[in-house]
Design a protein around this ligand. Sequence first.
Ligand SMILES: C[S@@+](CC[C@H](N)C(=O)[O-])C[C@H]1O[C@@H](n2cnc3c(N)ncnc32)[C@H](O)[C@@H]1O
Length: 218
Amino acid sequence: MESGNPSKRPREEEEPEETAEEATQAAAPYQPPNDGKYDIIYADPAWDYSGRQMHLETTVTSTALHHYQTIPLQTLKTLDVPSISAKDCLLFMWTSSPHLEQAIELMKAWQFEYKTIAFVWDKVRTNPGYYTMSQCEICLVGKRKGGSIPKPRGARNARQFLSEMRTEHSAKPNEVRHRIELMFPLQRKIELFARTPTPNWSIWGNEVVNSIDIPWKT
Ligand SMILES: C[S@@+](CC[C@H](N)C(=O)[O-])C[C@H]1O[C@@H](n2cnc3c(N)ncnc32)[C@H](O)[C@@H]1O
């Protein structure tokens, strides 16, 4: 039986007191950078499937269009991402396997050079495919043309692979954002086509309150 006398119980670790700076940071809403430029851009574009199903499920509700508005590649290219990119900037971009070519084309249009596959997400469950059963999505990384990898760098041992059961349509695992934060803790970050806010990140998309405006070039 637990002792009723608090002085007899083992002492719990005392919480360290919050510093004034930490308290201010916790209270202040996140401010986008003054110059509107970001070092890390994390994007999950609303790829257009031209009305086709993403995989061969029998229900028509599996198409992206049933969940959100999609954007043709030519239109995506006109989003003025270069105007929000710092000189040294990385673009992390999700793509489905059938959109790989389009994703690299889009990176080029946004003035980034494709570098490698940063993350491979094993969604644990399979979907039927035309060739093999589809199970993974990939997140590419590109570097701003003429720029370098943003410095200072954080963790250099982030894993490429993660295995996490998929949840609602198109939702990507938070773990990927977390790994990017570990890799680039001090950099200014924005998520494009976001559906939820993340502390200390700017966000932009038609389902969230945008941190900044990004023009579409005509
Ligand atoms: C693939 S989903 C993003 C999913 C998100 N990464 C997540 O983990 O939940 C694409 C998002 O882009 C949004 N979108 C579609 N058309 C848009 C537009 N013209 N401008 C901004 N966002 C748009 C969609 O509504 C959807 O929220």
